[in-house]
Design a binder for this molecule. Structure first.
Ligand SMILES: [Zn+2]
Length: 156
């Protein structure tokens, strides 16, 4: 929306970091029960599926786990997980290298976690916050995702 290119460029050199911005974002990432998480829980709940929250015995502590389906659902902030959308493409004005590294690290961790869950026979669905603008579409995706795994035998 507001792309203040010249201002960006002016602000970038030598401005070391913006502690206020960083701490604001760090607070946001630490926050539990964020609005997108609550929205996904509401959707899954309304669909009538039972789930548990952040089971710490599972890799990556999935935001929602549905043991009956051996299905894990993550709710990702677009910025933090480098989603291919407008919000995900946003680059902070300061500390560009820091944020790039941080987001690349998050994405690498996402991949590791997905691999670890799959290795244990779980299936993984990631929902990004921007997708929640269309709750109906998210609900359909979740149903499809869960139904696909419904026939799978549950090891353990
Ligand atoms: Zn997004």
């Amino acid at each position: 929306m507001k792309e203040a290119r010249p201002a960006d460029r002016a602000a970038r050199p030598r401005k070391k970091e913006d502690p206020a911005e960083r701490s604001r974002i760090m607070r946001a990432v630490k926050a539990r029960d964020t609005a997108p998480e609550l929205a996904v829980r509401r959707i899954v709940h309304r669909l009538g599926f039972r789930f548990s929250l952040r089971r710490d015995d599972l890799p990556g502590k999935p935001d929602l786990a549905l043991p009956k389906y051996r299905a894990a659902i993550f709710v990702h902030g677009c910025f933090w997980h480098g989603h291919r959308c407008r919000r995900g493409a946003r680059t902070p004005k300061t500390n560009v290298a820091y944020w790039r590294r941080k987001i690349a690290g998050n994405r690498a961790r996402d991949r590791r976690v997905r691999g670890a869950l799959r290795g244990r026979g779980w299936r993984v669905l990631a929902i990004h916050e921007c997708q929640l603008k269309n709750a109906g579409a998210v609900a359909r995706r979740i149903v499809k995702f869960l139904k696909r795994g419904a026939a799978a035998p549950a090891p353990q």
